[in-house]
Design a protein around this ligand. Structure first.
Ligand code: PAF
Length: 284
């Protein structure tokens, strides 16, 4: 496996792959790789000739009081896991390499899709994500790129960006990977104290409960949100940021009964750690 730390080195590798008609799969990450990322790399390995994993803690998607400085950085261990899962190239640039000048071009998806849910409390987050992912797409020219459904809103926003900009890449969305006890895998889980880790199980439990309500015929969005909120509130360490249902794909508000595909999404803080989780409720 090759480790590229500069844009120039990466471009050389991509040129070689393209010249030999190899298909490229890109797995964009911020590192601190876990089995959720491993599943993305594994899928990319099965579907492409060359797999590129980018590892970059992207400063432009963090707000002023967020965890940019403390975000776990574990490049050596990440390279070992990436190679084991079949990565051919790890691209791990510095911020200066990706953002060489303070004047810069932004790629931004406008509208409610970036303003609801996480966008409400993280107003610059998605602009940072779409900008860095555009840069990564341009540098790696992937046939396919792999993202996890855990970041459900990110997936919808990137899908919209690809559609609006006619980008020649297929987004492959992989299911949420969970710990055995149900907690969705996240690089931020390492921040949780033992008590918070136990408390955080209320997220997957409340989503399961919502899925059950829905399976039993509850189509009233408000009722599902209320019951899910109530269950999370019963956990004293949980501080709710949001519990919401929006209609997919554009994340539009739902008046009354569910129809089509709907995203039930949660963001909840345990101490200083903000976790997200979600499920899709589909009326067939
Ligand atoms: O999902 C992430 O880890 C990041 O938002 C991404 C897509 C790598 C962009 O920095």
């Amino acid at each position: 496996m090759i480790l590229c730390k500069t844009v120039a080195a990466l471009q050389q590798e991509v040129k070689t792959a393209k010249n030999t008609n190899k298909t490229i799969g890109l797995v964009p990450t911020m590192g601190a790789l876990h089995t959720g990322h491993a599943s993305l790399i594994d899928a990319a390995n099965k579907e492409n000739d060359v797999v590129i994993v980018s590892i970059f803690v992207n400063p432009t998607q963090f707000g002023p009081n967020e965890d940019l400085e403390s975000y776990p950085r574990t490049l050596e261990a990440d390279c070992i896991l990436a190679e084991k899962m079949g990565a051919d190239i790890v691209f791990a640039p510095t911020p200066k390499e990706m953002y060489p000048s303070k004047d810069m071009t932004w790629v931004e998806v406008c509208g409610d899709i970036t303003k609801v849910l996480c966008g409400a409390t993280r107003p610059i987050h998605f602009r940072g994500v779409t900008t860095i992912v555009s840069k990564l797409f341009n540098l790696t020219q992937p046939d396919k790129s792999y993202f996890g459904q855990k970041d459900a809103q990110q997936v919808q926003v990137l899908t919209r960006m690809v559609k609006d900009l006619f980008l020649p890449v297929e987004l492959r969305i992989m299911p949420i990977i969970r710990e055995q006890d149900g907690l969705a895998k996240s690089s931020r889980n390492t921040y949780l104290s033992q008590k918070e880790r136990v408390a955080a199980l209320v997220l997957s439990k409340s989503l399961k409960n919502a899925e059950q309500l829905f399976a039993n015929g509850q189509l009233n969005a408000q009722k599902i949100v209320e019951e899910t909120t109530c269950m999370i509130k019963s956990e004293p360490l949980a501080q709710i940021d949001y519990v919401k249902i929006y209609a997919m794909p554009e994340l539009t508000p739902i008046d009354g009964l569910l129809s089509g595909r709907n995203l039930l999404a949660l963001a909840v803080k345990f101490g200083k750690t903000r976790l997200i989780d979600n499920t899709i409720l589909e009326v067939k």
